[in-house]
Write a protein that binds this ligand. Structure first.
Ligand SMILES: [Zn+2]
Length: 274
């Protein structure tokens, strides 16, 4: 899938999960927490494609996500692509094919999702609010780039960066100092997993089982649904059907999360009685 659909799928999953927790587990979050979590999951759902580098020298190419912070993120993508390729080469078994590009390797595995989630939570726990602000700045930038692609493209990376800074500043000023941090890592990791699922329904699949060997002398087996049913990247199924579905899920979840409280505030107890 392409950047915007990935970001939207992450947001939809987080909102639906938050609504389910609110409804069935009595786990309530403030609007700010839901907003931050949604941005984290949307950004997290873009993170794996940081292995799709472009040309740093001419400021071209790369995945949506790699262009978020201009040449800076393109450079990071270049590094991540090379590291991924290195990990691939180092763990490649005899029957795994040779590769000359790291796309859809290490960053498209469950260990990566776990590592990123754990790393985010560890950073926040260790360095406190300042790390949280940094993380939110970075992830909000990715989320903005993915969710509002057209705007981001027109506005350019500098505006996106400034907007992400604004979100981080606002969050820092309002986020309680003592709770909500473990949720950051969880949201980022969940976003990564949602990305993997999204790529699994496209033609090439992802090496979801790595590093568990799959058959003799194979470790990097691309797993996905059969090609017959695969969604074409950037095709109508993705840009219309899936995008609409993710949007509906997000909106319904938002209504489920906030409508009862709003109605109650408006004193329409009849409708809000539950
Ligand atoms: Zn991907």
């Amino acid at each position: 899938m392409m950047g915007p659909s990935h970001a939207l799928s992450g947001a939809a999953a987080w909102l639906a999960g938050s609504w389910a927790l609110d409804q069935f587990a009595d786990y309530h979050q403030t609007p700010l927490m839901i907003g931050v979590g949604t941005a984290m999951a949307a950004g997290g759902a873009l993170l794996p494609d940081f292995d799709l580098s472009g040309k740093v020298t001419t400021n071209q190419g790369g995945a949506t996500v790699a262009r978020t912070f201009g040449v800076f993120s393109l450079f990071v993508a270049e590094v991540i692509e090379k590291i991924s390729l290195g990990i691939y080469a180092a763990t490649r078994q005899k029957r795994d094919p040779r590769r000359d590009h790291g796309h859809r390797t290490f960053t498209h595995t469950l260990p990566f999702a776990g590592l990123v989630g754990w790393g985010t939570t560890a950073l926040a726990a260790h360095y406190g609010k300042w790390a949280v602000v940094g993380i939110i700045f970075f992830m909000a930038g990715l989320a903005l780039r993915g969710l509002f692609e057209k705007w981001a493209e027109r506005a350019g990376w500098l505006i996106v960066t400034l907007a992400a800074g604004g979100i981080a500043w606002f969050t820092a000023a309002n986020l309680p100092g003592d709770r909500g941090y473990p949720l950051l890592g969880f949201a980022v990791g969940a976003g990564c997993v949602v990305h993997l699922l999204g790529d699994m329904i496209t033609k090439n699949g992802v090496p979801i089982f790595w590093p568990i060997p799959t058959g003799r002398n194979r470790m990097w087996r691309m797993v996905g649904i059969p090609n017959k049913f695969a969604v074409k990247v950037g095709g109508k199924t993705e840009t219309v059907v899936l995008t609409t579905a993710f949007t509906i899920i997000s909106c319904v979840s938002l209504v489920g999360l906030f409508a009862p409280a709003l109605l109650e505030r408006l004193n329409l107890d009849v409708w809000a009685s539950k």
